[in-house]
Design a protein around this ligand. Structure first.
Ligand code: SF4
Ligand code: SF4
Length: 197
């Protein structure tokens, strides 16, 4: 059924935003089909996500699956991947393990905001033009797209410091793990490390 509906153009600029959204007919209709297609793409974690996860405790669930990539002067934080998908994707239930607190970029998907208007980041998302969309859902997805846009610069500013913190934490964890080893295990590990070098 989704295939029989014509897809909207890749780019569209909304002439409305904020309070006057209610008075306009939505050009964007979206109902997630839970296909997991977007979870095959890299998702960028922003500082607002880290803040939210610190508040709601999700940070302890996902901390070990966060990875930092990109260039040293412009690092990007995201999730590790497993079998070509984001590690937060549960292949059995086909659901996001942290759906209740998923990153802002995932909340905004497939919409994006660039400071001037909204546009589609993925015109092949199977949820586009399916069924009806409530005004509340439209407001929520737009708010998420705008928050994602606004938080990008803030994230770029704090990420190098965050990266240092993550590395420090990893070093601390390694130190703790090493201190728990028996003398025999330490000797074996040192032997392996010598061979590696
Ligand atoms: S947002 Fe689109 S691509 Fe992602 S799970 Fe929903 S329907 Fe599939
Ligand atoms: S965080 Fe969840 S919704 Fe976002 S890409 Fe990963 S599995 Fe998909």
């Amino acid at each position: 059924m989704a295939n029989s509906v014509s897809k909207p153009p890749l780019m569209y600029r909304s002439k409305y935003s904020g309070d006057n959204m209610q008075s306009e007919k939505p050009k964007f209709i979206f109902n997630c089909q839970k296909c997991g297609q977007c979870c095959e793409k890299d998702v960028e974690v922003l500082f607002c996500d880290i803040e939210k996860w610190s508040r709601d405790g999700t940070i302890y669930q996902i901390f070990e699956d966060l990875v930092i990539s990109g260039q040293p002067h412009s690092p990007v934080i995201g999730f590790e991947r497993a079998d070509g998908k984001c590690k937060m994707f549960n292949p059995e239930s086909k659901e996001c393990k942290i759906y209740h607190s998923r990153p802002i970029a995932c909340q905004a998907y497939p919409l994006k905001y660039d400071g001037n208007g909204f546009f589609l980041r993925d015109s092949d998302c199977p949820g586009l033009n399916v069924g009806e969309m409530s005004h509340e859902s439209l407001v929520d997805i737009r708010k998420a797209a705008m928050q994602e846009h606004e938080d990008k610069n803030r994230t770029a500013a704090v990420l190098p410091a965050l990266q240092a913190l993550l590395l420090k934490d990893m070093a601390k964890k390694s130190e703790e793990a090493f201190s728990k080893l028996t003398d025999d295990e330490k000797a074996k590990l040192e032997e392996i490390l010598k061979k590696e070098n």
